[in-house]
Design a protein around this ligand. Sequence first.
Ligand code: PGA
Length: 250
Amino acid sequence: MTRRPLVAGNWKMNGLKAGLSELEAIGAGYSAALKAKSDFLICPPVTLVAEAAKAVTGKGVFIGGQDCHAKASGPHTGDVSAEMLKDAGAAYVIVGHSERRADHGESDAVVRAKAEAGLRAGLVTIVCVGERREQREAGKAIAVVREQLAGSIPDAATAATVVVAYEPVWAIGTGLTPTKADVADMHKAIRETLGQRFGAEGQNTRILYGGSVKPENARDLIIQPDVDGALIGGASLKAKDFLGIASAYI
Ligand code: PGA
């Protein structure tokens, strides 16, 4: 099996209804050449999931949530379940983004429970991992990520249902990026870890790179043996930049 690249946008807490015009432009720009090479996914804020799903009907662009609760329903004011995202038209959900780990104190165990919810609801679940700057400087980046993988990925994960996103925390929204060699080393380590635990499913699981991906650096960062796409924050808000990154695959 060859791994089909996934070009994924995470809009974070950005986007009002007017911003859906960028999503429409992404749908319009998802050419036959791009479709032949990669999947497209946009994860808008939860308020826009249903409208976004409508806006890309027939375009082949997937819509996803940025987080979900572990439970399907219940007394959890302000939370959104994986089933609700699915019902609104999402096909994917991101869990364990470093901003949620930091802002909401989400542990690996919490992330794993959310990932299990994503699988239960039939959403492809993107599990995010990544080291902080001081952990990299201490030479612990790979060990930290291995531990996050062990703690955050459900045992039931398969290549079709789980995607891993490696996002070094210090590279998110900063304009800083790891070297090509550092990305290669980390993705190789992630691949080995997944292979040891999940066998062929691990070999076939997509591993995205995220953190300051832009059209100018996309080729260097994502055209590498164990890099199967990108998770893009800031640059996914503009169709031109998102399409510019995706064009690295054609
Ligand atoms: P960035 O964000 O592309 O703005 O660095 C990436 C992410 O957090 O997913």
